[in-house]
Each structure stands twice: as structure tokens, then as C-alpha cells.
Design a protein around this ligand. Structure first.
Ligand code: UT7
Length: 317
């Protein structure tokens, strides 16, 4: 298929929020959070903007690829909400990295990075672009109800970026959607109008955790099997399965059912928490930097989230 990954980058806020700190503001404790989710700490923005994090991640990815913003043909930014409704986060990144290519945001919640890879595949495969910057950037902590222990312990902030160039690294990819406005929801807020009543939606992140958990396990198993079959790849060929970092238990269950070894499962949820669509590119850059992944390795990416959406792919680095 159309592209290979030639650079990765990441950025996160400075402030580290640990489980003990959370137990001072809601009725929770370290043991519950660690055993139910796998999270120890997460990065939370105290002053950084999502634009700043995205620009840093993009600059690092460009540096590693040996390119500048001027070499890009397209910028795709996966985010649920940038700093502004307009301009898009992608346009703000384009300005700050000195690029002059088209730039657009897309929102598929936690599966957004996979959706962005799929769109990049369409652009590069059709010849409309040769070099694409894909960013996954989220500041989930802006939408938390810090009195709701069921959700405020789960999330962190961050941005991850990849540079894609025409090549044959992508072996298979799949995305899905199943519209639902109950399981995982963040409402928009609107300005009053003299001509009518605006919808009054809850701006906080709300989730039916147990139901999302079941959806996650089922869809991950289905998607991963399907993309591996389409790519002609077996479990022993895969260096790492890099899932959306939502809950350690979801992926331990999936890993066992799929037959992967412990060392094939890449989890960074202990120090990132759930960073939505930033979670896969954050992990990818960390693993590359630590030398745990190298050129030629086969990786499987899988994500699920609000929408409801899912995505998975097989890539040879
Ligand atoms: O990226 C977006 C996709 N989201 C996900 O993948 C999330 C998927 N779901 C999950 O990860 C899990 O469902 C959660 C981690 C959100 C919740 O874990 P759970 O094992 O499903 O717990 P639960 O919601 O069934 O709650 C069990 C108990 C409840 O108490 P009772 O009713 O049994 O007395 C909760 O009130 O745990 C309680 N609880 C907590 N206790 C201490 C819920 N949150 C907390 C907390 N600390 N933070």
C-alpha cells in the first residue's frame, strides 16, 4: 500500500498528576486506579496549549525524518477539539512549522489516528500527496468533571506525530463507525442567540465504562484478526501490538485471546493515562526512541472510541 513512516515525535505537558493527588480531590485510591486501569500517573496541562504540544511533536518528527515543513504536501490533525473551533489545529501547526500545504483536522475520537492514517493512505495512494504529517493531539483533561471519580482518573494530555512518505510500509488498514450518542459523549457549548434556543449539552466527558469495555474487547479482537489476515501476517511475525492506551485490562484480555506474548504488547498507560487519539503516536515515538522498534519491524495498531469508531492497521517500519 501507499506509505511508510519516516519520522516520529511526541510532546506532553510538564505537570505529572499521580493517583495520590487524585485521591485528595475525589473518593478514590491508588490501588483501585492501578488494578482497574493500569494508570499510575498522567501528564496534565497547566499552561501548555494543544497547539504548542502539536507543534513540538511535529517539529521532532520532521527533525527525525530530516525534513522541514516546506517538504510537506498535507497535514492531517486528529483531535476532538483544538484550541479554536476555527482556525483548525492543523492550520495553526502549519503556520508554526513553516509549511505551506493544505491542513485539516479530523475527529474520530480515540480512533482518530487510525482514521488519519487511512486518509493519508488515500492521498498518497492516489498520487495527491507524497509526504504527509499526521498528528494525534488531545487535551482530554479540559473536558473532565473533576468530581466524577469514574472518569477523572482516566485521562491525560499529549500529542504524537508521524511523517509519512510514499512507500510500501502500510500492509493493511481498516476503519469502522457505528453511530451512538449514549456510551461516550462530550457536549459542545454554544453562544446564546436572539432567534432561538441553542441545545444545552453537558460539556463534560461522560462514559458508560462497562459497556465501552465490552465494545472495546470485541472490536479489537475482530479488527486485529482482520487486518493481520489481510496483510498475510501471523502473530509470530509481529514485533509489537500498539493499542490505543485506554485500559490495561482491555488489552491484556485481547492479547491473550489473540495469542500475543507479554513482550509483544506495548503499553504506556501507566505514565500517560488515556490520551485518546494521541495515545498510539505517543507510544510509537517512545518505542522508537528507546530502540524497542526499528526499521523492518512489523507493528499492529488498534483503536476504539467515541462515535463509536474503531480502526486497526498493519505497518512494516
Ligand atoms: O478511550 C475511551 C474508551 N474508554 C475506555 O476504554 C474505558 C473502558 N472502560 C473501563 O476502562 C472501565 O470500565 C473503567 C476503568 C472506566 C471502570 O472500571 P470498572 O471495572 O468497569 O468499574 P465500574 O465502573 O463497574 O465500577 C466498579 C466500582 C463502582 O462501585 P460499586 O458500585 O461497585 O460500589 C464504582 O463506583 O468501582 C467504583 N469506582 C471507583 N472506585 C474508586 C469507579 N471509579 C472509581 C474510582 N475509585 N476512581
Amino acid at each position: 500500500m501507499s506509505f511508510r513512516i519516516i519520522g516520529t515525535g511526541r510532546a506532553h505537558p510538564e505537570f505529572i498528576l499521580n493517583n495520590e493527588m487524585l485521591s485528595e480531590i475525589v473518593d478514590t485510591d491508588n490501588e483501585w486506579i492501578v488494578t482497574r486501569t493500569g494508570i499510575n500517573t498522567r501528564y496534565v496541562s497547566t499552561h501548555e496549549t494543544i497547539t504548542e504540544l502539536s507543534v513540538k511533536a511535529a517539529q521532532r518528527a520532521l527533525e527525525k525524518a530530516g525534513l522541514t515543513g516546506k517538504d510537506l504536501d498535507l497535514i492531517l490533525c486528529s483531535t476532538m477539539k483544538g484550541d479554536y473551533a476555527c482556525p483548525s489545529l492543523a492550520c495553526l501547526v502549519q503556520k508554526d512549522i513553516g509549511a505551506d500545504c493544505p491542513a485539516v483536522d479530523l475527529n474520530a475520537a480515540c480512533s482518530g489516528f487510525l482514521y488519519a492514517l487511512d486518509q493519508a493512505d488515500a492521498y498518497v495512494g492516489s498520487g495527491k500527496a507524497e509526504t504527509v504529517l499526521v498528528i494525534g493531539a488531545e487535551m482530554m483533561t479540559r473536558y473532565l468533571d473533576w468530581t466524577d471519580r469514574g472518569t477523572c482518573v482516566l485521562f491525560g494530555d499529549g500529542a504524537g506525530a508521524v511523517i509519512l512518505r510514499k512507500g510500501d510500509g502500510l500492509k493493511s488498514i481498516k476503519i469502522t463507525a457505528k453511530g451512538d450518542d449514549q456510551l461516550l459523549v462530550i457536549g459542545n457549548t454554544f453562544c446564546p442567540s436572539p432567534y432561538g434556543k441553542q441545545p444545552e449539552l453537558d460539556p463534560h466527558f461522560r462514559m458508560k465504562g462497562g459497556e465501552v469495555f465490552k465494545f472495546a474487547v470485541t472490536s479489537v479482537l475482530r479488527d486485529v484478526k482482520e487486518v493481520m489476515k489481510a496483510a498475510g501476517v501471523k502473530v509470530e511475525d509481529v514485533k509489537m501490538l500498539i493499542p490505543h492506551q485506554a485500559n490495561l485490562r482491555v488489552f491484556q484480555a485481547a492479547k491473550e485471546k489473540l495469542g500475543f506474548r507479554d513482550d509483544q504488547l506495548a503499553m504506556g498507560i501507566d505514565h500517560y493515562g488515556n490520551t485518546s487519539s494521541a495515545s498510539i503516536p505517543l507510544m510509537l515515538d517512545e518505542l522508537m526512541e528507546e530502540g524497542k522498534l526499528e526499521e523492518g519491524d512489523i507493528i499492529v495498531l488498534t483503536a476504539f472510541g467515541g462515535g463509536l469508531t474503531t480502526g486497526a492497521c498493519v505497518i512494516k517500519l
